[in-house]
Design a protein around this ligand. Structure first.
Ligand code: ADP
Length: 260
């Protein structure tokens, strides 16, 4: 049965974009935005043209992670032109509102802003658009999964049980709307002591790996808890670009190779 006759919106592609990948997580603070930006940088390193769309209207983090600010220009058709750094195009609510003013909006305005971010941006024929999703399973997730032809979703979780339970909810939602789950990324999976090399599994060991096995999900990779990842995020230059040979960078690159 055609989608329209079932009352569902027709799924659209985004002009100037070949493939759309979502990076999602069940809850906040698990490293989803950090994975998004480092995956974008990795894909770029692998020769792909990449864009990064920050779909977190209330807590945009892409401007800081890519060290970008300022208002986007408009093209002659009134479409927003992405801001670019390190060869990665990006669009974020953070470019459209001043960083000091928190967005205090009703749902309808949020959805209007999201529509603009999704369909009113002129990407320049990129191979991959990475969408950094807000955490959880709310309106934004529903809108994106109902309105966009999405090529795959990457789910980020820490090994902690609580994060996992939420991540599993997120997976169930994407499955319901027929978005292929490319796999899970276990973030902050272990801490490697820079002095003695000892590995500590601070957030429990391999929770994501076990859950993935039980549910038959692919694990795309594990990212260590690493000070440099955090430092580079704060500087606004992803570790993959700043320290490409570090083990942490290689773990992001390996994930990118698997999803290409
Ligand atoms: P989310 O997008 O899930 O809310 P972020 O990507 O913003 O999470 O990450 C939350 C915090 O954790 C940030 O300060 C980030 O620099 C840090 N972080 C993320 N992943 C790692 C990691 N593997 N090692 C160390 N710090 C990390």
């Amino acid at each position: 049965i055609p989608r329209m006759s079932r009352g569902l919106p027709i799924k659209q592609r985004i002009p100037g974009v070949d493939k759309i990948l979502l990076v999602a997580s069940g809850k906040g603070g698990v490293g989803k935005s950090t994975v998004s930006v480092n995956l974008a940088a990795s894909l770029n390193t692998l020769g792909k043209r990449v864009g990064l769309l920050d779909a977190d209207i209330f807590g945009p983090s892409v401007p800081k992670l890519l060290n970008l600010s300022g208002e986007p220009r408009l093209n002659s058709q009134g479409k927003l032109l992405p801001l670019e750094n390190y060869g990665i195009e990006s669009m974020s609510m953070g470019y459209l509102v001043s960083p000091e003013n928190p967005v205090v909006w009703r749902g309808l305005m949020v959805m209007k802003a999201l529509q603009q971010l999704l369909f009113e941006v002129q990407w320049s024929n990129i191979d991959y658009l990475i969408i950094d999703m807000p955490p959880g399973t709310g309106d934004t997730q529903l809108t994106i999964s109902q309105q966009l032809v999405v090529d795959g979703a990457v789910i980020v979780s820490t090994p902690q049980d609580i994060a996992l339970i939420d991540a599993v909810k997120g997976i169930a939602m994407f499955e319901k709307v027929n978005i292929p789950i490319l796999g899970l990324v276990q973030n902050m999976s272990f801490f490697c002591c820079p002095n003695c090399g000892h590995e500590s599994h601070i957030f429990g060991s391999d929770g994501v790996l076990k859950e993935a096995k039980r549910k038959n999900f692919t694990v795309l990779g594990s990212i260590p808890l690493n000070e440099d990842i955090c430092i580079q995020s704060d500087i606004g230059k992803p570790i993959v670009l700043a320290k490409p040979d570090s083990p942490a960078s290689i773990s992001y690159l390996d994930i990118a190779k698997k999803i290409i």
